[in-house]
Design a protein around this ligand. Sequence first.
Ligand code: ATP
Length: 220
Amino acid sequence: MSAAAAKRRRIGILGGTFDPVHIGHLRSALEVADALAFDELRLVPNFRPPHRETPQVSPSQRLQMVELAAAGVAPLRVDGRELLRDKPSYTIDTLESMRAELGSEAPLFLLLGWDAFCGLPGWHRWAELLGHCHIVVLQRPDADIEPPDALRNLLAARQVSDPKALKGPAGQITFAWQTPLAVSATQIRQLLASGKSVRFLVPDAVLAYIEANGLYRSPL
Ligand code: ATP
């Protein structure tokens, strides 16, 4: 790849606690990566303060499970930078640090569920986010799409209806419609805590890791 092509790689970013990563995350990530022709989709495990971590499951174990899930699955990648800090990262910090590495030309796409998007006005330095990335709102086909007042003007100014028509490295908002699989990490933790199997809800390599390390066995 030429240096110029490397600078223009289309990179999606999906943050989450991934406690543990499951097929809902992975399938959704692949579908949006395909729909928006990403060269890379980075799974970014979020830091959580120690008192909010699941007992007996460390940040590095959450990271290793995401690495096992994404290994060899293009275009998925894992970016552990938020876990390497000793405090929660604001999304703006993560974007600034990625921009410093990738340069100003690479199109970056921050993936957010509808609920997270509606909460955006409460985020640290939220008005600066679109200076670093596009925002792709992952929306369910049956969902209500009335945005809160605080976001109405922003959407009027920045929304592009065709996700493929997003232009430039940052600055626009679009919606990607997906039917999520009915799987959650909460459900997986509950099954494991009651001694049940989570086979086929997580990749086999993640299942083997959970079993080998005896994770999520204690009552929640
Ligand atoms: P928990 O049950 O612990 O709250 P979770 O399964 O919702 O966890 P997170 O790590 O909080 O997982 O999610 C990371 C991202 O993945 C969020 O944007 C969330 O909306 C999305 N996500 C979670 N579950 C699914 C799913 N089944 N299908 C598609 N996206 C999902």
